[in-house]
Ligand binder design. Structure first.
Ligand code: HEC
Length: 210
């Protein structure tokens, strides 16, 4: 088999010919001239790549989110910035509850909830008798609504509704706005200590004064 020529004749001639000295004192040896230039070329290539990478890193979009504490208001449309907070939804039983008679007669100061305030307790028609005559084994039927509402419309209110055998609690703000609702553990935890079916009933002095 014929050997492929290693290099062209001209290239061979160049390799064999010692480089011409440039200016006397700075003559580079024939042996070192090419490797030095080759090494410099490699160095330039690496430096060039690094520079490109750095420039690209600066241009690339930031991978992480905005800085903690930095405002992102600029990213939101003007309408979203100026929109007022959504008003609390009014409890669906609030209007009806205001029509129900206050079972306590004169308003009393409620000690169960903070802040202490003058309240009325109003109960849906189907459960009024059970509430008035509360005994330890009273069990309220599904659909019962109990409300302890501030005498002042601006005060907080409290509601309970029996559904599928358990109470849903409603924490109300001014004029029956719902602040929280559900099986609220804060409410349920304390009401679990009530005398009957998680219900406290009217204060003893009101019941006894009847
Ligand atoms: C620290 C105990 C406690 C917590 C917590 C509590 N309550 Fe009461 N709740 C009472 C007491 C005591 C009464 C009896 C009337 C009074 O003094 O306020 C009462 C009365 C009521 C009544 C009238 C029916 C009844 O039981 O006689 C409703 C309705 C009510 N609470 C709802 C709530 C809701 C809703 C929450 C949670 C947002 C809540 N309560 C949290 C103690 C508590």
């Amino acid at each position: 088999m014929e050997q492929a020529p290693v290099a062209s004749a001209t290239a061979n001639a160049a390799l064999l010919r010692p480089p011409r000295p440039r200016n006397g004192d700075h003559t580079r040896s024939w042996y070192h001239a090419h490797p030095v230039r080759a090494a410099y070329a490699v160095f330039r290539l690496i430096a060039g790549t690094l520079l490109t990478l750095e420039v690209c890193a600066a241009c690339a979009p930031a991978a992480q989110g905005p800085l903690a504490g930095a405002s992102d208001a600029w990213a939101k449309p003007a309408a979203a910035r100026t929109a007022p907070p959504k008003p609390a939804q009014t409890w669906d039983a609030y209007a009806a509850a205001l029509e129900w008679p206050a079972l306590n007669g004169a308003p009393f100061i409620a000690h169960g909830h903070q802040p202490e305030q003058a309240v009325d307790v109003r109960v849906s028609a189907d459960c009024r008798n059970a509430y008035r005559a509360l005994v330890t084994d009273t069990v309220f039927p599904d659909g019962c609504v109990l409300a302890e509402l501030a005498k002042s419309a601006d005060g907080p209110g409290y509601g309970m509704r029996k559904l599928n055998g358990s109470w849903t609690y409603f924490q109300l703000g001014a004029r029956g706005g719902v602040l929280a609702e559900g099986a609220l553990s804060l409410c349920a935890g304390c009401h679990a200590q009530a005398p009957a079916d998680d219900v406290f009933g009217l204060p003893r002095e009101i019941v006894e004064s009847r």
